[in-house]
Design a protein around this ligand. Structure first.
Ligand SMILES: C[S@@+](CC[C@H](N)C(=O)[O-])C[C@H]1O[C@@H](n2cnc3c(N)ncnc32)[C@H](O)[C@@H]1O
Length: 598
């Protein structure tokens, strides 16, 4: 950023000049020549100034810039390959990737200080390089207002994006960096990634670089090291994403929005619709206070706490068996957690192998969120083999047989259940399907005019998916699959994670276990289930559509969260239906064999 007011960034010009000599990642689209022409124009003017301010060319610096260029080229090409259609470059300088990798219908947003941006635009105009795909957002990052500026310029908070900050971080002081990370976090949806470079070592080369930047009138404004940067990211609710060890060592980072982060979100007006949905479902408050809260509430001694899943914490105790604490989002409400506790108590009474309540008063409140404590089940994840699948099939049939008639059941056993918790906080299959349809609709603006009919097809697919509504009901668990089973020392399985369970169509629950088992494991599940229960003819008839329902929801979720395009989602839905058909055929055959044996 120009210290010398009114002049464009010299460091940005130097980087552009260096890039001219680097080999670049090729793509089958875009206009690399336009990028080269811009960089050459910049380089022609920079050599004189560079000689004056940067001393001898520094080999290490050139090597670093070559690696950095390759890293950002790859990140950009990968994002375009994933179908990302919104690219945002902060501190873009004279970077010409928006030209080099231009691709229909991708929009590029470039943020930079007005002085640098003005110069870049003048050059583009003089060189006759048209770039309607680029929206320029002139902003001084020392001032707040980035999120609003982006939205005003047409940046779509609901569209997954690649945000890159190449060679920028060092020029912002800590408060400006915090504000920028917060503001960027306020305009993202799932599937968005933030890539940035920030060399955090203490080498002499870094010091030389700082000196030369200072000479160019752009002094380094922070000297954060890796841990401090990671902390800054976490406090703005970004989580780092694994990249290669080599890239990490070189100071290249990739981060994604952390929806379950404990800091209270600012709920800015710019927040995307899907982002808001994710916050509502995943946000937890004050998790670091949980150990103290449990010690005070139950008089136990907590040794350590570790996260098992979003809002699910293992509590290692000094004075007894370990616990699991589930902290439910404030929006799930206390009644739902009461229901979970009642169901667990009932399962214990019925001798069904499941997680057990850790205390006669298993519910408490932490920062307006209900906390449920259960005992941590010792054991391991079962092997994924036919034995496990058959055992799970039998256990599921046992649960359904026990709860087919709910006349004497506690109220929680008759609450609607079975919905996937990523979509519905509590409810049955219809709530899950409706939730998926809401998300598909919320992402409609990402679909081009020529893909409207595909979007309609995808939406109809979830709207008309089989909710198994009028088929026989029982107590169902939303996710009765191997990942939620623990094998005890004797090899017997117990089921965990009963949030979201309740009364629902038993076929819904069996269907998802069958899907998880796949065509190769379906016979084992059916053999276990069929050893105790027969499906009714109406259920046998609906096996195909019931098995396809949950994967169709996953598929819709993939589209809504930007993991796949609408055409990929429609294609994948066709694959789901065909695979579900195969699983159903094998299931029917195995059930038939089982019935003949009995
Ligand atoms: C070293 S250059 C990197 C440019 C580009 N990303 C690249 O790698 O070619 C740093 C860029 O950050 C921009 N920048 C620094 N401080 C800024 C601020 N406070 N507001 C806006 N832009 C700033 C500069 O104008 C410059 O374009």
């Amino acid at each position: 950023m120009p210290m010398r007011d009114g002049s464009p960034s010299l460091t940005a010009q130097r980087v552009a000049a260096h890039r001219l000599s680097f080999e670049r990642l090729e793509a089958p689209f875009g206009d690399p020549d336009a990028d080269r022409r811009l960089a050459a124009d910049v380089a022609a003017g920079v050599s004189e100034a560079a000689r004056r301010t940067s001393g001898e060319p520094n080999e290490r610096m050139v090597r670093y810039l070559r690696g950095r260029t390759a890293f950002f080229d790859r990140v950009v090409i990968n994002a375009l390959g994933r179908g990302v259609t919104q690219m945002l470059s902060i501190g873009a300088g004279y970077d010409g990737r928006a030209l080099r990798y231009a691709k229909d219908p991708v929009s590029w947003f470039e943020v930079d200080h007005p002085d640098t941006q003005r110069d870049k635009r003048e050059r583009l105009e003089r060189l006759g390089i048209e770039a309607p795909q680029i929206t320029f957002v002139a902003t001084d990052l020392r001032e707040p207002g980035l999120a609003t500026a982006l939205i005003e310029c047409g940046y779509e908070a609901d569209t997954p994006a690649l945000i890159s900050c190449e060679g920028l971080i060092v020029y912002l002081d800590r408060p400006a960096l915090e504000t920028m990370l917060d503001e960027l976090r306020a305009v993202v949806t799932t599937g968005t990634r933030l890539a940035f470079s920030a060399s955090t070592d203490r080498s002499p080369a870094r010091e030389r670089f700082r000196e030369s930047a200072a000479l160019a009138g752009e002094p380094a404004r922070n000297s954060l090291h890796g841990d401090q940067l990671a902390e800054l990211l976490a406090s703005a609710r970004w989580r780092t994403v694994d990249i290669s060890e080599r890239s990490r060592r070189a100071g290249f980072w990739v981060a994604a929005p952390d929806w379950a982060a404990t800091r209270r979100p600012a709920a800015p007006a710019t927040m995307s619709r899907i982002g808001q949905f994710m916050e509502r479902l995943h946000h937890r408050d004050s998790l670091d206070e949980l150990p103290g809260h449990l010690e005070r509430t139950y008089g136990i001694e907590v040794e350590s706490m570790s996260q098992l899943d979003s809002g699910v914490l293992k509590i290692a105790r000094r004075d007894g068996v370990d616990w699991v604490a589930r902290v439910f989002t404030a929006s799930r409400g206390e009644a739902a957690a009461h229901g979970d506790a009642e169901i667990l108590a009932w399962l214990a009474g019925a001798g069904f192998p499941a997680e057990r309540l850790a205390h006669p008063q298993p519910l408490s409140t932490l920062a307006s969120q209900t906390v449920l404590v259960t005992e941590h089940l010792p054991g391991r994840q079962p092997a994924r083999n036919a034995d496990t699948l058959e055992q799970l099939g039998r256990l599921l049939a046992r649960l359904h047989a026990l709860t087919a008639d709910d006349a004497a059941a506690p109220p929680a056993l008759v609450r609607p259940g079975g919905a996937w918790h990523h979509i519905a906080l509590q409810g049955g299959p219809r709530d899950e399907l409706d939730g998926a349809a809401v998300l598909v609709r919320a992402a409609e603006h990402r679909v081009g005019a020529d893909e409207r009919s595909l979007h309609r097809e995808l939406l109809e697919g979830v709207e008309t998916a089989d909710d198994c509504r009028e088929l026989p009901h029982a107590l169902i668990h939303p996710d009765f699959v191997p990942v939620n089973a623990i094998a005890g020392p004797d090899g017997e399985l117990s089921l965990v994670d009963w949030a979201g369970s309740g009364r629902g169509p038993r076929l819904w629950s069996l269907a998802f276990l069958l899907w998880a088992a796949g065509p190769g494991g379906a016979a084992a599940v059916a053999s276990g289930y069929g050893s105790l229960l027969d499906l009714e003819p109406s259920e046998l008839e609906r096996l195909d559509t019931a098995i396809a329902a949950r994967p169709l929801v996953f598929n819709a979720w993939g589209f809504a969260t930007g993991e796949r395009t609408v055409s990929e989602a429609v294609e994948s839905a066709a694959g789901v239906r065909s695979r579900a058909g195969k699983i159903a055929t094998r299931t029917r055959a195995a059930l038939h064999r089982r019935a003949a044996e009995r």
